[in-house]
Write a protein that binds this ligand. Structure first.
Ligand SMILES: [Zn+2]
Ligand SMILES: [Zn+2]
Length: 305
């Protein structure tokens, strides 16, 4: 699993920072979280594969998180894409997508676009496949906003074919049954139990994305034990009041969520445009007092999980 940060600025872009967007790539499939203006350009720069982009998760309807959708949809259509695209987001996202795909007249898309509106205060799983589940929980922002957690399912243990050969396990369905945890009986009457040839299950990875939000319990719940948490950190300590009024987090609050949720890695992002250069270093220092290994997000930064 690899996470690529595509945009790290709050509200408006700066010379160095684009607007909120993040790509997650696993097993060749790309997931997009938020789609601020300029997202498709940075996807190109970061060489994010678009053919297998099947799901876009939108946290909330503020323009800095969605204004890149129109351009991206248009380019996907030009690229002769075929598989359906699922866009998940709060109530209202459908109206926005409908507008972009029908103005000034309906665009004919070569692929299906399914928009899934998530009811306010939804708390739980919203999409599940054989390999992963995405959960959401309501965050605390000036308009309905939701955090997401992508959880891989545990993988079966590794199959030790060398030992299986030595034990005389034939090639075929017997090996599959062992892998799924069943014992088998060989033709000579010996019973082979799965522990002999299959390693322990490998826990799936988890990723959480929490923006925009004031300090809130839901963000912490979504982030429990994740391999990587990306949480907004719009302000520093000096702007605590502003953070409260505008329903954003200070970096210290974000770091507290990461620490208390025992996130294995934490990236702070969505910085106010007032911070650049040395003032960003001050922000980093405040956050690291709580979560020492905190990483400050940069556009096009890549994190391997
Ligand atoms: Zn924002
Ligand atoms: Zn917002």
């Amino acid at each position: 699993m690899e996470v690529v940060i595509l945009g790290t600025s709050s509200a408006a872009p700066t010379v160095r920072r684009g607007l909120s967007s993040l790509a997650l790539i696993r097993e060749g499939e790309t997931f997009l979280f938020d789609c601020g203006e300029g997202t498709q350009f940075r996807m190109l720069k970061a060489e994010i594969p678009r053919r297998k982009l099947h799901h876009i998760f939108i946290t909330h309807l503020h323009g800095d998180h969605i204004f890149g959708l129109g351009g991206l949809l248009s380019s996907l259509n030009l690229s002769e894409r075929e598989p359906p695209l699922h866009i998940h987001g709060p109530k209202g996202i459908k109206r926005f997508v409908d507008f972009m795909t029908t103005f000034p007249r309906p665009t004919k898309f070569g692929f299906e676009i399914h928009v899934h509106e998530i009811a306010p205060n939804t708390d739980g799983p919203i999409w599940e496949t054989r390999d992963w589940i995405v959960y959401t929980a309501p965050l605390d922002h000036t308009i309905p906003a939701m955090g997401f957690r992508l959880q891989e399912k545990d993988l079966l243990g590794r199959f030790d074919s060398e030992t299986a050969d030595q034990l005389g396990v034939p090639f075929g369905p017997e090996r599959g049954r062992l892998q799924r945890g069943e014992s088998i009986v060989l033709s000579d009457g010996r019973t082979i139990s799965p522990e002999l040839v299959v390693g322990p299950p490998r826990p799936g990875k988890a990723f959480a994305y929490c923006t925009d939000t004031a300090y809130c319990g839901a963000a912490q719940r979504l982030s429990v034990g994740v391999d990587l948490l990306v949480h907004e950190a719009t302000y520093g300590d000096a702007e605590l009041e502003l953070a409260r009024d505008r329903k954003h987090s200070t970096i210290r609050q974000a770091a507290t969520i990461a620490r208390d949720a025992e996130a294995k890695a934490f990236v702070a992002t969505h910085f106010s445009t007032r911070y650049e250069g040395p003032s960003l270093d001050v922000l980093a220092k405040e956050g690291r007092e709580v979560y020492p290994s905190l990483m400050m997000a940069k556009d096009l930064m890549r994190i391997e999980l």
